[in-house]
Design a protein around this ligand. Structure first.
Ligand code: NAP
Ligand code: MG
Length: 488
């Protein structure tokens, strides 16, 4: 596919129709590996477009929630098959639009297919309990009902998987949905919505409105016609979304950032620990909420670990994610690149020592994109900003420790609590870590990034509003419980 062929204008999808925004404004979505390449033009919508989408979602709701879970699930199953058929094309669009390598984009799209199939089956599983009543002639039970219209606000780092892991459960439990994707990945989002359209969802059940977060995202969070808001993104924006929803009594769910540690114990298999650090920290250019950013290493093996780590990082091939053999792509946008470079400057100013990387890459045509070298700091202390703030880039901070107690204290010394990993063969260390680590995802001898769609996903502390997504946990957010007592 040439760049020319993909230059196309993408519309909003409202009430079963593709519509241009009433604002008449579009903007280019660009390839961060080759800034000159326009992937597509997307709508910069306004409040009026959002109002239309909410009306459409409200009108579709009564018939949709009356359908059986099985019928709703069938449509998700069809969507899965369509997405599967379009995997290569949609993955390529994702790579062009936000930079992750094609194999990663294909893997993510396959994940989207699997999530759709998983939730298709949810339409047939139990939604309540029978509870013994104190009245022996009464029947006491719970059932679940949809929230109503659900607004989905998604980030750009998993442009297929995150919208799907929110939309699929929302839909199967009987809600209608308005997706506001990150503007950065609005073309990929439009293609995902095309799959829902082709599957035959009734008009208004699934809607797409693209535009600025401050207009469409904030608009959704504050809209009186929207009963539930599910958000993934930064904690700064998440708090605003949560507050807007809380103010008007809407249900909200926030999944936010991380500052995820890996502990490498003295007895760890160092080769595996190095691989996990690199994969967890640098895949997707460090732009995962579950990315490893703090590497807490036993002092006795620190120098050996460091040498192995730096040796492997030297071999990483950075470039356009569509090219075969490229392992790490660009930062997703200019802002993100500048943030990473700024943190490199801050780290040095704070007195950390730069072991490798830290610069924008410009050789061999890389100046055409937002490429940054894989970066490792040492002499990092817990109070430094590079040890506390989410960078969302290919930057690792090495921190030595002397006892397991100290290691876990260091690992917990963060405002975030999304995922945490330990490499050790000592069962005692494992159990202490599992018990004492404040994180929603605990990973023993596995990298910090890595999520299974059938298991609950979410964080503690500043990483989350403390609800969980995915697996059977999703029902907790996307439905409300009714407790029913019946007597003849
Ligand atoms: P972001 O800037 O917070 O944006 C997330 C979404 O919110 C985008 O759709 C954005 O729209 C929208 N938005 C922006 N301002 C808004 C506002 N005032 N009101 C409502 N919505 C608004 O985050 P990002 O840069 O896209 O993504 C990176 C962040 O997401 C990182 O912090 C990462 O850790 C987090 N993340 C968390 C998880 C998790 O599950 N815990 C998973 C992935 C990513 P536009 O940007 O299009 O304007
Ligand atoms: Mg882009």
């Amino acid at each position: 596919m040439s760049a020319m062929q993909t230059r196309k204008t993408y519309l909003n999808y409202i009430g079963g129709q593709w519509r241009a925004s009433v604002t008449g404004v579009v903007e280019a979505s660009r390839n961060p590996a080759r800034i000159a390449e326009v992937v597509g033009y997307v709508q910069v919508s306004g409040a009026e477009d959002l109002d239309q989408a909410v009306l459409a979602a409200q009108s579709a709701l009564p018939a949709w929630r009356k359908l059986s879970g099985a019928s709703r699930g069938d449509l998700l199953y069809k969507t899965a098959n369509i997405l599967e058929r379009r995997t290569q094309e949609i993955a390529e669009t994702m790579t062009r639009e936000m930079g992750k390598t094609l194999p990663e984009a294909i893997g993510e799209t396959a994940r989207g297919v699997a999530i759709l199939r998983y939730y298709a089956g949810e339409g047939l599983r139990k939604i309540g309990d029978v509870i013994p009543s104190t009245d022996s002639e009464g029947l006491l039970f719970t059932t679940r009902v949809p929230l109503g219209v659900v607004g989905v606000i998604a980030p750009w780092n998993f442009p297929v998987a995150i919208p799907i892991w929110k939309m699929a459960p929302a839909l199967v439990y009987g809600n209608t949905v308005i997706l506001k994707p990150a503007q950065e990945t609005a073309v990929t989002a439009a293609k995902v919505i095309e799959c829902f359209e082709e599957a035959g969802f009734p008009a208004g059940v699934v809607n797409l409105v693209t535009g600025k977060g401050s207009v469409i995202g904030q608009g959704l969070a504050g809209h009186p016609g929207v009963q539930g808001i599910t958000f993934t993104g930064s904690d700064v924006v998440g708090k605003q979304v949560g507050m807007a929803a809380l103010k008007r009594g809407a249900k909200y769910q926030l999944e936010m950032g991380g500052k995820n540690p890996i502990i490498v114990a003295e007895d760890a298999d160092l080769d595996l620990a190095v691989d996990a650090t690199i994969s967890g920290g640098l895949r997707s250019t460090g732009q995962k909420c579950t990315a490893t950013s703090r590497v807490i290493v036993a002092r006795s093996i620190y120098e050996t670990f460091k040498a192995k780590l730096l040796g492997k990082i030297r071999d990483i091939r950075v470039g356009n994610g569509l090219e075969e053999g490229v392992w790490m792509g660009p930062c997703a946008n200019e802002n993100q690149m500048n943030t990473v470079l700024e943190y490199v400057r801050i780290g040095q100013e704070e007195g950390a020592s730069l072991l490798t990387g830290g610069r924008r890459m410009t050789q061999d045509g890389l100046a055409e994109g937002y490429f940054v070298e894989p970066t490792v700091f040492e002499q990092v202390t817990p109070s430094m900003r590079i040890a506390r703030e989410e960078i969302f880039g290919p930057v690792l901070a090495l921190i030595p420790f002397d006892s397991m107690e100290e290691a876990i204290r260091l690992a917990n010394d963060a405002e975030y609590g999304l995922s945490a990993s330990i490499y050790t063969r000592d069962i005692g260390h494992m159990l202490t870590f599992i018990r004492d680590m404040d994180a929603g995802l605990i990973r023993v001898n596995a990298e910090t990034a890595g999520v299974e769609l059938q298991a609950p996903f979410g964080g503690m502390k500043l990483s989350s509003s403390h609800s969980r997504e995915q697996g059977q946990a999703a029902i907790e957010f996307f439905t409300s419980i009714k407790t029913v007592f019946v007597k003849s």
